[in-house]
Design a protein around this ligand. Structure first.
Ligand SMILES: *[C@@H]1O[C@H](CO)[C@@H](O)[C@H](O)[C@H]1NC(C)=O
Ligand SMILES: *[C@@H]1O[C@H](CO)[C@@H](O)[C@H](O)[C@H]1NC(C)=O
Ligand SMILES: *[C@@H]1O[C@H](CO)[C@@H](O)[C@H](O)[C@H]1NC(C)=O
Ligand SMILES: *[C@@H]1O[C@H](CO)[C@@H](O)[C@H](O)[C@H]1NC(C)=O
Ligand SMILES: *[C@@H]1O[C@H](CO)[C@@H](O)[C@H](O)[C@H]1NC(C)=O
Ligand SMILES: *[C@@H]1O[C@H](CO)[C@@H](O)[C@H](O)[C@H]1NC(C)=O
Length: 567
């Protein structure tokens, strides 16, 4: 009883307002109103009490905020006026809001703010001016906001910032300047932001990150510089950012990066560099960054990678080096040290061959994609010791054959994609097909690999070959790789039975096959004929001998008879 009575009283206290709630407002919470629909210009005419602490306006009609709009509201703490059509603000509009902590003017049509507008709101902690049409800011606009922690200026049309604009904002933690037209940040702009944790500068037109710009940002954890026009980053630009966890530089115009640029950002767990026209990379770029899990180097102009380039990224689980139209080779030990790597994406490059140690020591690798390259052969030892490997994508390459045991040591293998390669289905491919015969479930049924040649089998799919009769006459007497027994040694690509060799061989076999048959058939017929002839001769001789005997007997009888008759 008592409890419910108490609850009712509390609810009543919270809910009831001591004033008449205007028609366009809701006044459900004590000391707070929420209004929409009326005109910005007539806010004062609503007759709201002066002692409100929270005011929320949204979807208001066009208008200018006037000096008297919020006059006397000295206890107001949060003022939200968003999604309306505020076009301008008189200089004294917020003069009485000395307790204001949050001011949100998001999504209006404000193109200009008077320099003295915020001079009295010294307790302000959050200021949201995003999604407006601001083109410039008065250098004194923020001069009294010593308590400001969060400042959102994103999605405006700022093309320039005065160097001392943020000079007083020593407590600032979040600064969002994304989605503006900034081309340059003046020296010293961020000199006071020793507590800044998040700096968002993406989607501007910044051309460079100058040295010194970020030097005082020791507390920074998030720095987004993606989608700018950056063509240069000063050497050591990030050296002071010892707490940085996330750094984006993707989608810029960087053709190169300074030596050791990330040597001191050891806490980074998120880094993007993709979609930059990088032409080359320094030998050393990364310091130890054990927390980085994923890295993509796609859509660059790289021709090569430095050896052991990723070695310090020991926690990397996903590495993508893809869509680089000029990347035709990888160095030896390219992915050395990446013991945690699960996914290695190397598709859509111009790789023509791989070093035999390309995947060495990647004991946790589960997926490797090599599709859409120009690979003509694979080193026999490429897939050795990859006890976790599950899928291998090799579609759209120039592969004609594979060593029979190339995938033999992969206990977890579940899928091998081989389609769209010019497979040469002669005896050179026989050992591999023999292996595949026992692992048919690995082959995808969509887009199955097809024979490109030789002629009798061109156009057949591997399925046809696997279901059909064996067609290689002497698979055991093949010119196998000389290193077939020593599987740990990778043959140099030249030692692999390559296409022209095996094609010549197949022709040879084909010719032999032809002459073999006719010869045997000829001999066979000849033998039959000879046998027949001999048989005929023997029969003939027997008949002749028989006739002779008969004659002899007849003559003997005659003699006897003659004897008898004469006797
Ligand atoms: C606010 O002012 C009204 C009178 O306009 C008064 O009734 C009410 O108690 C005041 N509220 C506070 C929290 O001071
Ligand atoms: C508004 O107040 C400022 C001073 O705070 C004053 O300079 C300005 O003239 C006033 N504007 C209007 C329209 O009254
Ligand atoms: C800012 O950039 C946008 C697109 O990048 C452009 O439409 C707009 O005109 C630019 N504004 C200014 C003030 O330069
Ligand atoms: C790895 O980081 C260390 C510093 O931590 C650096 O001296 C070394 O050059 C880096 N190695 C590579 C291959 O980037
Ligand atoms: C490059 O890689 C990133 C990260 O995976 C991805 O978001 C982006 O779309 C890729 N770019 C292209 C053009 O594929
Ligand atoms: C494969 O692993 C074995 C033992 O784990 C090792 O002796 C051998 O050198 C490794 N081979 C390659 C090519 O890494």
């Amino acid at each position: 009883m008592l409890r419910s009575a108490l609850l009712c009283t509390v609810l009543a206290l919270v809910r009831t307002q001591p004033f008449l709630c205007p028609k366009s407002c809701k006044c459900e919470v004590r000391d707070a109103v929420q209004c929409s629909g009326s005109s910005v210009a007539s806010i004062a005419a609503l007759g709201l009490p002066r002692n409100l602490t929270h005011m929320v306006f949204f979807r208001m009609d066009q208008g200018v905020l006037r000096n008297h709009s919020f006059s006397g509201m000295t206890v107001l703490q949060r003022l939200m006026l968003s999604n309306s059509h505020v076009s301008a603000i008189d200089p004294g509009t917020f003069n009485d809001l000395i307790k204001l902590k949050t001011l949100r003017l998001t999504r209006n049509r404000i193109s200009h703010l008077p320099g003295a507008l915020l001079d009295k709101t010294v307790l302000l902690e959050q200021l949201f001016l995003d999604h407006n049409s601001l083109r410039a800011l008065d250098q004194n606009l923020f001069q009294n906001l010593l308590n400001l922690q969060e400042l959102c200026l994103n999605q405006n049309q700022l093309s320039f910032l005065p160097a001392n604009l943020f000079m007083s904002l020593r407590k600032l933690k979040v600064l969002d300047l994304s989605g503006n037209n900034l081309t340059h940040l003046p020296k010293g702009l961020l000199g006071a932001q020793v507590k800044l944790e998040t700096l968002l500068l993406y989607s501007n037109q910044l051309a460079s990150v100058d040295s010194g710009l970020l030097d005082n940002l020791g507390a920074l954890t998030v720095l987004r510089l993606d989608r700018n026009h950056l063509y240069s980053v000063a050497p050591g630009a990030f050296d002071s950012l010892g707490n940085l966890g996330s750094l984006t530089l993707s989608r810029n115009r960087l053709a190169s990066l300074p030596h050791a640029l990330f040597l001191h950002t050891s806490r980074v767990t998120w880094l993007t560099l993709f979609e930059n026209p990088l032409e080359e990379l320094p030998e050393v770029l990364f310091g130890e960054m054990a927390g980085l899990r994923e890295l993509w180097l796609n859509c660059t102009q790289l021709r090569k990678l430095p050896a052991a380039f990723f070695r310090n990224l020991t926690g990397l689980q996903t590495l993508g080096v893809t869509r680089n139209p000029h990347l035709s080779a990888l160095p030896r030990g390219a992915f050395q040290g990446l013991a945690e790597l699960r996914v290695l994406a190397l598709h859509s490059n111009a790789l023509t061959e791989l070093p035999d140690d390309a995947l060495r020591d990647l004991g946790r690798l589960r997926q490797v994609s090599l599709r859409h390259n120009r690979l003509r052969a694979l080193p026999r030892a490429l897939f050795l010791n990859l006890s976790s490997l599950e899928t291998v994508q090799l579609e759209h390459n120039q592969l004609e054959m594979l060593p029979g045991d190339v995938f033999a040591a992969l206990p977890q293998l579940t899928q091998v994609l081989l389609g769209h390669n010019p497979w040469l289905c002669d005896c050179g491919l026989w050992p591999f097909l023999q292996w595949l015969r026992h692992h048919q479930d690995l082959l995808s049924r969509d887009e199955p690999p097809q024979c490109h040649g030789p002629e009798p089998r061109a156009g057949l799919s591997f399925w046809d070959l696997l279901q059909g009769d064996p067609w290689c006459p002497h698979p055991r007497r093949l010119p196998l790789n000389p290193l077939a027994e020593n599987t740990l040694e990778a043959p140099a690509p030249s030692q692999l039975p390559h296409s022209s060799q095996s094609r010549a061989w197949v022709q040879l076999v084909a010719k032999d096959e032809g002459s073999d048959h006719s010869l045997y058939w000829g001999l066979y017929v000849l033998l039959l004929v000879a046998q027949a002839v001999i048989a005929v001769i023997i029969v003939f001789v027997m008949i002749k001998i028989g006739q002779l005997f008969r004659t002899l007997i007849r003559e003997k009888l005659l003699f006897k008879a003659m004897e008898n008759s004469c006797n």
